[in-house]
Ligand binder design. Sequence first.
Ligand SMILES: Nc1ncnc2c1ncn2[C@@H]1O[C@H](COP(=O)(O)OP(=O)(O)OP(=O)(O)O)[C@@H](O)[C@H]1O
Ligand SMILES: [Mg+2]
Length: 147
Amino acid sequence: MQKILTHSEKQTFDLGKKLAKALRGGEILALTGPLGAGKTVLAKGLAAGLGIKKTINSPTFILMKIYQLKAKNLKLKANKLIHLDCYRLKNPQEIINIGAKEYFGQPNTITVIEWAEKIKSILPSGQTKNIRIRLKGANHRQIIIDK
Ligand SMILES: Nc1ncnc2c1ncn2[C@@H]1O[C@H](COP(=O)(O)OP(=O)(O)OP(=O)(O)O)[C@@H](O)[C@H]1O
Ligand SMILES: [Mg+2]
C-alpha cells in the first residue's frame, strides 16, 4: 500500500501520469472517493500518461467512454482505455448489459472506473488495483493505492 498526499489538482494529475507509466495492459484501476475528490482529475492524468491528447471529460452522463491508444512504447500492450463512471448506476447489471464487463482484464485494455465500489461484485479482484482518494481540505487529497 502506498499513501500519497497531493496539494493541488496538478499534483493529482501528475500522479495519474506517473502511474500510467507502469501500466502494461489488463489493469483495472478502481477509483473511489467522495464527490469532488479528484477521481476525474486522476483519470485525466492517467489518460495523458497513456498518450491520449483528447480532453477526457467525466463520463457521468455517458457511463462509458473508449479511447484508442497508440503504441507509444513496447511494454504497453493495450490499445484502448475504457473510462467508466458508475455514479448513477443502480445495479452492476447495467455494466454487463452495455458490454463493459467483457473488457475487464483484457490484455489489450486498461480500465479506469470512477465510483468503482458500485460494481465491486463484478470486478476481477486479481487484476483490480484499488485507489482511494480522501479529502484533506480544499486543495489537499490523500491518495491510497493498494498493492
Ligand atoms: N489535490 C487535489 N487533487 C485533485 N483535485 C483537487 C485537488 N485540490 C483541489 N482539487 C479540485 O477538486 C475537484 C476534483 O474534481 P473531480 O471532478 O476530479 O472529482 P471527482 O472525484 O471526479 O468527482 P465526481 O464524483 O463528481 O466525479 C476539482 O475541482 C479540482 O480542482
Ligand atoms: Mg468524476
